[in-house]
Design a protein around this ligand. Structure first.
Ligand SMILES: [Fe+2]
Length: 287
């Protein structure tokens, strides 16, 4: 899930049985037959689409965790396996949580996952992340040791950034990596971002459309680039490997924040002379 705008705090605090860290019980027994059927439909759709499009580590994670088409997973069962692999666990939350809470969870290897699933009317479009996005999209890669370390480091970076006015820069890093990242593999370009992996249409668009730019990941470039929350991305940033992502971000961000504060942001679709462009988009979709 994404860091939340702090305006959602009141909504969440009003929900029943929410603990101080915004977690709730998943309430797995409470899912209806329709909830499980929606999971199955979404799962089947992506399971057909993703082989050959998603990074192999994602499919390995799905298999290792036995995340499958049979229905919404019980977080307790996932946590036994995930804990053995990387020490991460999933905690249920009723929706978006405040930034500080989100960072605190990640810094302690806890991934906050929404405990409600979308309705049939929302199969293709959601304004807020639901359980399918959070669990199918995010959790499989938490079984990968390098990606798992990256997510924890991101949370720690978030805690350090608090109060420095830098959250927009961190949000862009999360957006262009964890949510909408692409990765190079020996077999070609693959998706790994949860926002793409959990979306039928963007799984195809991100890799196959001639419209978006695909640019080699550069930390400062990513942190200076605004993003679209309401549509497909105009630019995707490509990492060489999860180690490349981890190593590129294993540094003190404070001097970067200072430099970014002193100059203008980039629009989502812009290309710079300094970019290492893997494919130059023709912009046809957003035009
Ligand atoms: Fe997400």
């Amino acid at each position: 899930m994404l860091p939340a705008p702090s305006s959602s705090e009141a909504v969440i605090a009003a929900a029943a049985n929410v603990r101080a860290d915004y977690t709730v019980d998943q309430g797995w027994e409470g899912y209806s037959a329709e909830d499980h059927a929606i999971w199955r439909e979404l799962f089947d759709r992506q399971a057909k689409l993703l082989p050959g499009r998603v990074v192999p580590e994602f499919l390995e994670g799905l298999e290792f965790l036995s995340v499958a088409a049979d229905g919404i997973p019980d977080f307790n069962r996932l946590n036994e396996l995930l804990g053995k692999a990387t020490g991460w666990r999933i905690v249920a939350v009723p929706g978006l949580v405040p930034d500080e809470v989100f960072f605190e969870h990640l810094a302690n290897r806890r991934f906050p996952a929404t405990n409600w699933i979308r309705s049939r009317a929302q199969l293709d479009y959601l304004e807020e992340p639901d359980l399918f996005h959070d669990v199918f999209g995010h959790v499989p890669l938490l079984a990968n040791p390098v990606f798992a370390d990256y997510m924890q480091a991101y949370g720690k970076g978030g805690l350090r950034a608090s109060g420095k006015g830098a959250l927009q820069y961190l949000a862009r890093l999360y957006w262009y990596s964890v949510e909408f990242g692409l990765i190079q593999t020996p077999e070609g370009l693959r998706i790994y971002g949860a926002g793409i992996v959990s979306s039928k249409s963007e799984s195809i668009f991100a890799l196959e459309s001639s419209s978006p730019n695909r640019i080699l990941f550069d930390l400062e470039r990513v942190m200076s680039t605004r993003y679209r929350i309401d549509d497909f991305q105009e630019s995707y940033f490509v990492i060489k490997s999860f180690k490349h992502l981890f190593d590129s971000t294993a540094q003190d961000f404070a001097p970067i924040y200072q430099r970014l504060d002193a100059r203008a942001d980039y629009d989502p679709g812009v290309l710079l002379e300094s970019d290492d462009v893997l494919s130059r988009g023709d912009g046809s979709y957003h035009r």
